[in-house]
Design a protein around this ligand. Structure first.
Ligand code: FUL
Length: 440
């Protein structure tokens, strides 16, 4: 239950700001690993495995390892494309639901060791990430449609052995990605996942990694795969509403999309979506790659809404990113850089308290405003109003709720000589916000 208290303060009274208390509790703050994760802004997701060769989205676990035969596998080509486009991390599907392992594991024969490749795809990707300065993330599907032990007491040991291999062989792992999907294994049985054990193992072996799942514990799913974070998006959540991955229902979805201003833990939302309709590569989708404009919009509905974008760009059967996808990534970077190149407000201006006013060059045409809170101190702003001054009169331009790491505001382009940001609602007594304005 949220308790809202009005605190008397001269500046608050002036602007009518409401201060919302969190029952005296200190507001949660990010850990250094969560901060690094968020500041990376963009991570590349690489779905690669037997599905790449069967043209399917979900394998059933009966695929022969012999089909995994990329003709020109080149992980550096992936990481160079990612780096050039400003991505700072890469998450690889080390094992998808079909159970095929991209590293030579001692836990099963169903791996790359039994394929024509014989090498270690995880190692190659880890090396490429290191060479191009990207942080490595690994996805290890708990749902395994190949493992005979799936659905029995022995599966947790099997899965922890796989996690142990992945988290001890390849150097620092920055993010461990737990998919909530849970279906039947080869025995026809479902598995009850031992989340506390899995998460505890990650914390022990890679204490600086962030753990992603619907339920965190470090980073939560944003609640859809369309690339859209909530317009209201708190990095704090109530952990009791989403205690484990794979839950559904309105309250769960709202918590994933929007967080909770009174939440007791810092658990920012990650927005995962694909550059193509599918997660795995399908030649039939070569002309359905997101356009540059679409990718820029995606940036604004994820990073620009206090989230992080995990954009899937699936390698082809050659084991390379498709040239169309690579061109779109580069186009996205060029478009993002071009629109930020000439800010109308040089640098950013801090607003301590309940608002700020910034003066622009006379006749400035504003189409986009970017707000930021210093999230290392937590997230405070619950309501803001943006106004523009034309011929001495203030006109409302936009209003919204949360800010967080970044809030991108698209406005109908208008000519103004000053902007004013009013903080109308906030949690805690402190709300520093920076504001930057751009033509588009
Ligand atoms: C889902 C999976 O079922 C999809 O295949 C994909 O990996 C996506 C990122 O997560 O739950």
């Amino acid at each position: 239950m949220r308790r809202r208290t009005f605190l008397a303060s001269s500046s608050a009274a002036l602007l009518g700001a409401r201060h919302l208390s969190s029952q005296g509790r200190a507001r949660p703050r990010p850990t250094p690993a969560q901060l690094t994760w968020q500041r990376d802004e963009l991570a590349l997701f690489a779905h690669f495995g037997v599905n790449t060769f069967t043209d399917r989205e979900w394998g059933d676990g009966t695929e022969s390892p012999a089909i995994f035969d990329p003709s020109a596998f080149d992980a550096r080509q992936w990481t160079r494309a990612a780096k050039v486009a400003g991505f700072r991390a890469l998450v690889l599907t080390a094992k998808h639901h079909d159970g095929f392992c991209l590293w030579p594991t001692a836990t099963t024969q169903h791996s790359v060791a039994a394929s024509p490749v014989r090498g270690d795809v995880v190692q190659a990707v880890a090396d490429a990430c290191r060479a191009d300065g990207l942080r490595l993330g690994l996805y290890l599907s708990p749902w395994d449609r190949n493992a005979a032990v799936y659905g029995s007491d022995r599966y947790s040991d099997f899965y922890c052995d796989q996690l142990t291999e992945l988290l001890t062989r390849y150097g620092p792992v920055h993010e461990v990605w737990f998919d909530g999907a849970n279906g039947e294994g080869p025995s026809g049985k479902r598995q009850v996942y031992d989340w506390p054990r899995f998460w505890g193992l990650v914390k022990r072996l890679q204490p600086d990694a962030v753990i992603f799942s619907d339920a965190g514990p470090d980073v939560r799913w944003i609640g859809n795969e369309r690339g859209v974070a909530g317009e209201t998006n708190w990095s704090t959540v109530d952990p009791d509403v989403v205690p484990v991955p794979g839950m559904s229902g309105d309250a769960v979805m709202r918590m994933l999309q929007e967080g909770d201003p009174d939440g007791s833990v810092w658990r920012p939302g990650e927005t995962d979506t694909s550059i193509r309709p599918g997660w795995f590569y399908h030649a039939a989708e070569d002309d359905r790659v997101r356009s540059v404009d679409d990718l820029v919009r995606l940036y604004d509905t994820s990073v620009g809404r206090n989230s992080k974008l995990l954009l899937n760009v699936p390698p082809t059967r050659a084991g390379r990113l498709h040239e169309t996808d690579v061109a779109r990534l580069a186009g996205m970077r060029a478009a993002l850089d071009a629109r930020d190149a000439d800010p109308l407000v040089a640098g950013t201006v801090r607003a301590d308290g309940d608002g700020t006013q910034v003066t622009l060059r006379p006749g400035s045409r504003v189409g986009r405003v970017v707000l930021r809170e210093p999230i290392e101190q937590g997230q405070h702003v619950a309501g803001w109003r943006l106004l523009g001054r034309t011929n001495g009169a203030w006109q409302p331009l936009a209003r919204g709720t949360t800010i967080g790491y970044q809030r991108a505001i698209a406005i109908d382009p208008c000519t103004v000589d000053a902007l004013r940001l009013d903080i109308v609602e906030r949690f805690g007594g402190h709300a520093a916000v920076s504001i930057a304005a751009f033509a588009s």
